[in-house]
Design a binder for this molecule. Structure first.
Ligand code: UDP
Length: 583
């Protein structure tokens, strides 16, 4: 189970933000089958009912608590990081990013629109908070420039607004109205005078013979704007109310002949469906969107009073057809948000090595899939010592980079990769043995001193009656014997090969013989056979839970002292890497 927590301006009945949320939920759940999504919302009950997800209050306290059990924190769109509407909300969203960092949860800025940020405190906060994020995608070039300008030095990927992936609900809310229908999606804005809008709407209704409708995109607020305008109008106009879901709003826009849009998402909705639209660029984001779909001359607020809207509407009505705005590439880029989120959830990169952020069940399921596919695969149970070793051993490093699956075995790897729980190789053996009995998989064990693998195999059979051991082989053999041993494994055709020759040596050995052996799941397991056989005692559960298994092993085997030096080195390398990418 992967737990994703999404925060944004949700539960406020703002159609644009709800459209983003709805599209994000649909595409994330379609792409990540084991995702459990929680949304921080102003109205948790409503959010839960609308989208069938979990929802929590958006207070800092409740989000901080939820972050404890979160695998990925998404700061979702639209324009959260700006101080035009309020400085308080900018501080709130930055605080959440910083809290997620304190909780060591991977953070993604998801297709956001950034800016304008006018105050220097705002710029400082955004730089601080965004620089600590793991993945930053923004919905337009302008947002990227804004972040670069305030000093964010991370990679910033320009994708597209997540709402480009929204699917319309079959609404037919306008089916009874006389065509052509011209829709207005307006908001209150200081430079816009409602009398001018009323006059424009009258001309469209009177001179062009169109039905004028108002579509509120921010429920109560925009509804009251529409009421004030219709009161000033001489002609009749219709205010569309009870639009509940964003997909319904999308459906309504799809029924228009022409849209006059201030609200960004009203324009996006028109573009997606090829409805001719006249954008009013009250904010740079509308200008940016218009340019991205080839509308290069959006109206400015000042144009509202000079009759320009009527001219444009007349021109678009005379086309008498839908337009094909170039939205395919925007849809693809919106999808990239999802792909990148999935990658961040499932993979980590530490000291240049990519590994898989998996829990026990997920790791075992992938290994089962490998067995079904019958293609030989190298699986590494990754620990910090290996990472340090790979720094000085290019051959080993390249094996790690080419391995099919790298599982976070040690507490050091879990710490550096910020995964919630590690998957110790020795526990994975147990899990695989349990599944092997069910599925009839056969296991071959090679490694450890003479007789130990045999003893370990007997213990496993005792624990999992019915387990089929294809063969055992001690780990000390001469190179002359190697060919015979490899042939023996190949001939017994096991499904799983456990190789306990010690880290480094075992991965190199597997890589060398992988193709010839033809075993689907070849897994390096270090000294696990010694523990299973009872030759070496494993740390008690409380020591493991405290993350101190390495210390226990050291006390048991002080000769490991030199190897232990790799641990502080690893911590140092990881810190150095973080410092150099974040500063
Ligand atoms: N080993 C082996 N053949 C060798 C060298 C080592 O079978 O040529 C075995 C050794 O007996 C031990 C395991 O590899 O069972 C290494 O255990 P250790 O705990 O040192 O491995 P790690 O888990 O740290 O990789």
């Amino acid at each position: 189970m992967k737990r994703i927590l999404i925060s944004g301006y949700y539960g406020f009945r703002n159609t644009g933000d709800e459209a983003i949320l709805s599209a994000m939920i649909t595409s994330l759940t379609a792409e990540i089958s084991n995702a459990e999504i929680t949304v921080a919302s102003a109205c948790p009950r409503e959010t839960e009912e609308r989208y069938a997800v979990k929802a929590i209050p958006r207070s800092i306290r409740s989000i901080f608590r939820a972050l404890k059990k979160t695998d990925l924190f998404i700061s979702g769109g639209g324009g959260l990081l700006q101080d035009t509407t309020s400085m308080k909300s900018l501080m709130y969203y930055c605080a959440l990013l910083l809290l997620a960092r304190v909780r060591r949860v991977p953070i993604m800025i998801y297709g956001q629109g950034v800016g304008p940020i006018k105050r220097s405190l705002g710029r400082f906060l955004v730089k601080l908070a965004v620089s600590g994020c793991d993945l930053i995608t923004v919905r337009d070039e302008r947002s990227k420039r804004e972040l670069e300008k305030i000093g964010v030095k991370r990679d910033i990927i320009v994708t597209a607004d997540p709402a480009f992936l929204l699917k319309p609900a079959r609404a037919s809310k306008l089916s009874k109205l006389k065509r052509p229908i011209v829709g207005f999606a307006l908001r209150a804005w200081p430079d816009i005078d409602f009398s001018h809008i009323a006059q424009t709407a009258d001309e469209i209704a009177g001179n062009l013979g169109a039905t004028v409708t108002f579509i509120p995109f921010h429920a109560e607020r925009d509804y009251s704007v529409a009421e004030q305008i219709t009161r000033k109008m001489k002609e009749k106009a219709v205010i569309i109310d009870n639009i509940d879901l964003p997909s319904e709003a999308l459906g309504v826009v799809g029924e228009l002949d022409v849209l006059v849009g201030m609200r960004l998402h009203s324009n996006i909705f028109a573009a997606i469906q090829g409805i001719p639209f006249v954008p009013i660029a009250y904010d740079p984001k509308v200008e940016e969107l218009s340019a991205s779909v080839g509308v290069l001359n959006p109206l400015q607020c000042k144009d509202v009073k000079n009759g320009e809207i009527v001219l444009r509407v007349r021109e678009l009505l005379s086309l008498d057809k839908n337009l094909n705005y170039p939205v395919d590439s925007l849809r693809l880029r919106a999808r990239l948000n999802v792909t990148l989120a999935k990658q961040l959830l499932n993979e980590r990169r530490v000291l240049g090595i990519r590994f898989d952020a998996l829990e026990m069940d997920e790791a075992a399921e992938i290994i089962e899939r490998y067995i079904e596919e019958e293609k030989p695969r190298l699986i590494v149970t990754l620990n910090a010592e290996m990472m340090v070793m790979a720094k000085n051993d290019p051959a080993f490093r390249s094996i790690l980079m080419k391995a099919d699956l790298l599982i976070p075995d040690s507490v050091g790897i879990a710490w550096a990769g910020r995964v919630k729980a590690r998957v110790p190789g020795i526990d994975l053996i147990d899990e695989l043995a349990r599944r092997a009995v069910d599925k009839g998989y056969r296991i071959f064990m090679i490694g450890s001193a003479e007789g130990v693998a045999k003893k370990a195999a007997a213990k496993l059979i005792e624990r999992y009656p019915g387990l089929q051991i294809a063969g055992v082989q001690s780990g000390y053999f001469s190179w002359q014997d190697e060919k015979r041993i490899v042939d023996k494994i190949r001939d017994t055709k096991p499904d799983i090969l456990l190789v306990g020759l010690g880290m480094g040596k075992q991965e190199k050995w597997i890589a060398k013989h992988l193709r010839y052996l033809g075993v689907p799941a070849c897994l390096g397991v270090g000294g696990s056979f010694d523990v299973i056989a009872g030759e070496v005692k494993r740390a008690p559960v409380w020591v493991r839970q405290a993350g101190l298994e390495w210390l226990y092993r050291f006390i048991q085997q002080p000769t490991r002292f030199k190897r232990m030096l790799a641990l502080p080195k690893f911590v140092f390398y990881v810190w150095r890497e973080r410092f150099s990418t974040r500063s």
